[in-house]
Unconditional design. Structure first.
Length: 300
């Protein structure tokens, strides 16, 4: 993890509420001096070891990394604290052909967007990632409200928002692992990704003990003609490899003005020659409109 380059216009936020959404003052939280910022991540997660001879539960996709219990819990693919911000009834999911058996648009109840893929030891152990993602989503909600204010010609708003790219990456890995473990992801040929296809480095990255090998990881992807959607909603889906195989290359998460991609296949490297893939650390949004200035920074 490293500090951002100096962002001079944010120096005035030194004594304000921190732009990460923690509720603390900036100087007590993510401020690193002279307009530099760094959002601390969750850090390493220590899994409970409750027995001299670890018990394994083959229904828990984390069974190879710690002592399991015999009880499997129901796990939301996307954290419930995030889903409830989007809808109180049904979740509308776009671009979901590789997740829901060829259907590009799916409506599903919040309580149905779950699977039993973690035991009641590992599910709560990984919950700090869900909490961190919930804080990041709150920050994005504040960002969207600020963007909407720029429609007023008299507005002179200057706002800065900040999240941990490490936490968002690890949380999306958790989402991806859950979908694969539940056999919900399939390639264009209909072949379902199996749980044993999850390499150990995904689990190590989830625990915060190592980073994903390049070119895997979280990216912001922009493209010509991209529209900034400000309404509530979420698009989740997969991206295909560019080698013509139709195999899954990553997970796509579109959150209003923010377009995040978790690259999950090492075969996806050729697309990174494009100039619009961003990582380490990244301005996900840096808008100047009239006298307004709005930015959202993801730090690593």
């Amino acid at each position: 993890m490293s500090k951002s380059n100096s962002i001079p216009w944010t120096r005035r936020l030194f004594r304000c509420e921190c732009p990460c959404g923690s509720g603390n003052k900036s100087y007590e939280c993510c401020w690193r001096g002279d307009g530099r910022w760094e959002k601390s991540s969750v850090g390493s997660i220590n899994l409970p070891q409750t027995a001299a001879h670890p018990s394994l539960n083959d229904r828990c996709y984390f069974s190879s990394h710690g002592d399991c219990s015999s009880k499997i819990t129901r796990e939301h693919f996307i954290s419930r604290n995030i889903l409830e911000r989007i809808t109180t009834d049904k979740l509308a999911i776009e671009n979901a052909g590789h997740i829901f058996g060829g259907k590009n648009k799916v409506e599903i109840g919040i309580d149905a967007f779950t699977a039993k893929v973690l035991c009641d030891v590992h599910n709560p152990a990984l919950s700090p990632l869900d909490t961190a993602a919930g804080v990041a989503f709150s920050t994005i909600e504040a960002l969207i409200k600020d963007i909407a204010k720029t429609a007023d010609p008299a507005a002179a708003i200057r706002s800065f928002h900040l999240s941990s790219g490490v936490d968002m990456e690890r949380w999306l890995i958790k989402v991806y692992c859950g979908l694969v473990a539940a056999e919900k992801i399939r390639g264009a040929t209909g072949k379902i990704l199996q749980r044993n296809a999850l390499p150990s480095y995904f689990f190590d990255a989830l625990l915060g003990t190592s980073s994903l090998p390049s070119p895997l990881g979280l990216y912001q992807h922009t493209f010509v003609g991209q529209k900034r959607r400000l309404g509530a909603g979420i698009d989740i889906g997969t991206i295909q490899l560019t080698d013509g195989s139709g195999d899954v290359g990553g997970l796509l998460l579109n959150l209003g003005p923010i377009n995040l991609i978790l690259v999950t296949s090492t075969a996806f490297g050729q697309s990174f020659k494009e100039p619009n893939w961003y990582r380490h650390p990244t301005f996900l949004l840096n808008v100047r409109q009239g006298s307004c200035r709005i930015a959202y920074l993801l730090t690593y």
